[in-house]
Design a protein around this ligand. Structure first.
Ligand SMILES: NC(=O)c1ccc[n+]([C@@H]2O[C@H](COP(=O)([O-])OP(=O)(O)OC[C@H]3O[C@@H](n4cnc5c(N)ncnc54)[C@H](O)[C@@H]3O)[C@@H](O)[C@H]2O)c1
Length: 566
């Protein structure tokens, strides 16, 4: 269970400077700031109040009589003074953080925290009150405009916390959770030994909105910690599979019930075959029969199969209803639940019918992994290794030292690995949500080979997705070496790491039920989504931690790589 009191104590111990709350008007900087101050036993300062006290007139009067530049200057000097007060909470005015000199001082001498919220909540919260900037024009347009202009500044804050309809107490909890995580990441090895966070929260930003990912132990038992208030009291539609239902979903239903108007559950057969047109239709019919409405909330509780199918159903029913991912396999926790790809399979192609549809929240409860078979752990682990290979050599090295511990179920290593994976994926998705610039395509490292292997294995459990990815990464590393990019040493490191942990690394490890030829694999690659007008396309490595896309790869070379592994 998550103990917020521990979190408070950790923040108090580790933080030796003020926390400055930045963000647009209406996000609750003052209310939440006061709560944080009282929890931490620190002083609270509101820059606007300090200015009013100093000048002896209201903010409105300063704006109308002296102009905005005069106000910004007062704000700058006030913040500078407050920053020298030691640990305390400072609520800064909405525009203060957009003045370069003020921004720099805040970033250097405090922990800057961006409090973010969707516009509809801000409009609601700013209805009453003295807000000079909202006196002219439609408040929604004014706020949207302000946020569009200021987002680039706010994004420089050290920590970004999303309020998706929380009470001030809940927002204060979330802030503490995220600050602790930030501090833990930067703590010395000695400090890290003294505590391991039991939970963390990060914010994913996509084109038009943000959403939180929670990672921790015991989260499913505490939905009040992560379920946004505005989603509570609605009809919940939980989609799960047989294996997960008895282990996890039944008890989740019980804890969720008191928070929702109604909770319905549909259980499906486990396995890739469930991502079919027939099951998709069955899910939609079930929701319609059970009175789905525009404000219903779909929960996916299960692995990537359930997440992909439930996400596609949530995206398409009534043109989209709110969707929450509760991934229960390592693979879905570190990969499929983040990033918003939702899809089903056709008879001949995987994930060919789908859409991009971001969840409202992702809840990664590490306790769910306790019942996961080792084969599934290994499958998920392959996707974790992928993040190191395509973009973070140090993380790959870290896995070299900690991978075995993690696969033995060590919670702290598992949490670190999942968190890093989610961070990496969130970063890539933020830059290229719909796979337009090519950055997101790098996540397909090893996947051109993997999908061909999976298609030939038949999606019947002979070869798991991550197992195929593991073999695919070894083959893609060899291809990168043959194309003159990757050193043989690095190819060996990749192979040895995966092999030593017991992952599949060669095509001959698959155990196909019927014999498969090189031609079968090449023909599957040509049908894959990753092939374009330029022919066979691969993600290659230039070195460990640096990936790129390579089009028009010579088929003869691919054939020889495949032959060498069969
Ligand atoms: N959307 C994306 O971005 C994305 C990314 C990667 C993979 N995927 C998709 O994800 C799917 C694979 O996901 P997966 O590996 O999670 O497979 P899965 O959903 O089939 O789950 C694997 C098995 O584990 C069981 N299981 C799940 N949680 C369990 C638990 N806690 N304890 C015991 N058993 C449990 C399931 O019933 C199933 O039998 C594929 O369809 C793949 O295409 C999607």
């Amino acid at each position: 269970m998550i103990e917020i009191e521990h979190c408070q104590e950790d923040v108090k111990t580790l933080l030796d400077r003020p926390i400055v709350l930045v963000g647009i008007m209406g996000v609750g900087k003052t209310t939440v700031g006061r709560l944080l101050a009282s929890r931490l036993g620190w002083s609270f300062y509101d820059t606007d109040d300090e200015i009013v006290r100093l000048v002896g007139k209201s903010i409105s009067d300063i704006f109308s009589e002296d102009g905005e530049p005069a106000f910004r200057e007062l704000e700058r000097t006030t913040i500078k003074h407050l920053l020298s007060q030691g640990p305390c909470i400072i609520s800064s005015g909405g525009g203060g953080f957009t003045v370069p000199e003020t921004t720099q001082a805040i970033k250097e001498r405090s922990l800057a925290l961006w409090m973010d919220a969707p516009i509809h909540l801000l409009v609601d919260r700013t209805k009453s009150g003295d807000r000079p900037l909202l006196k002219h024009g439609n408040p929604e347009d004014v706020l949207q405009n302000l946020l569009d202009r200021r987002r680039v500044y706010y994004a420089q804050a050290h920590v970004h916390v999303l309020d998706d309809g929380l009470t001030p107490e809940e927002m204060a909890n979330r802030v503490l959770l995220q600050i602790r995580e930030y501090l833990y990441d930067r703590a010395s090895d000695q400090e890290k030994e003294s505590f391991v966070p039991d939970a963390m929260c990060m914010t994913v930003t996509v084109t038009d909105r943000s959403y939180p990912i929670f990672i921790g132990s015991g989260l499913i038992k505490q939905p009040e910690l992560w379920l946004a208030h505005e989603l509570q009291g609605r009809d919940a539609f939980i989609i799960t599979d047989y294996n997960v239902r008895e282990r996890i979903t039944d008890s989740f239903v019980k804890t969720l019930k008191p928070l929702m108007k109604s909770v319905s559950m549909m259980e499906l057969a486990p396995g890739e075959q469930t991502k079919s047109f027939e099951r998709y239709q069955a899910v939609l019919e079930w929701m319609i029969d059970n009175g789905v409405k525009r404000d219903s909330v779909v929960f996916a509780v299960g692995g990537g199969v359930i997440g992909d199918l439930a996400g596609f159903a949530a995206a398409t029913i009534m043109r989209g209803v709110d969707f929450i991912q509760v991934p229960t396999t390592l693979l879905s926790q570190v990969d499929s639940s983040v990033g918003g790809k939702a899809a089903i399979n056709s008879k001949s192609a995987k994930n060919i019918v789908g859409t991009f549809y971001q969840p409202r929240t992702v809840v990664i409860d590490l306790d769910t992994l306790m019942t996961l078979p080792r084969r599934e752990w290994l499958s998920g682990y392959a996707e974790i290794v992928k993040y190191g290979l395509i973009g973070d050599e140090a993380f790959f090295e870290w896995l070299g030292e900690n991978g075995a511990l993690m696969l033995d179920g060590n919670l702290s290593q598992t949490m670190r690995a999942i968190e890093t994976g989610c961070h990496k994926k969130a970063e890539i998705v933020a830059n290229d949500e719909k796979e337009k610039s090519g950055e997101r395509a790098l996540l397909n490292f090893g996947h051109t080979f993997a999908h061909a292997l999976e298609a030939n294995a038949g999606y019947d459990g002979t070869l798991l997705h991550g197992e195929a990815v593991s073999i695919g990464m070894v083959l893609a590393a060899r291809l990168s070496q043959r194309l003159g990019y990757l050193a043989q040493d690095d190819v060996d490191k990749i192979y040895n790491h995966l092999h030593s942990l017991g992952l599949k690394t060669e095509i001959r490890d698959v155990g196909f039920k019927t014999p498969v030829t090189v031609d079968d694999l090449i023909s599957a690659m040509k049908k894959d989504k990753k092939t374009d007008v330029h022919g066979l396309k691969f993600v290659i490595l230039k070195r460990i931690g640096d990936a790129d896309l390579e089009s028009s790869v010579d088929e003869a070379l691919v054939v020889s790589i495949l032959e060498g592994s069969m």
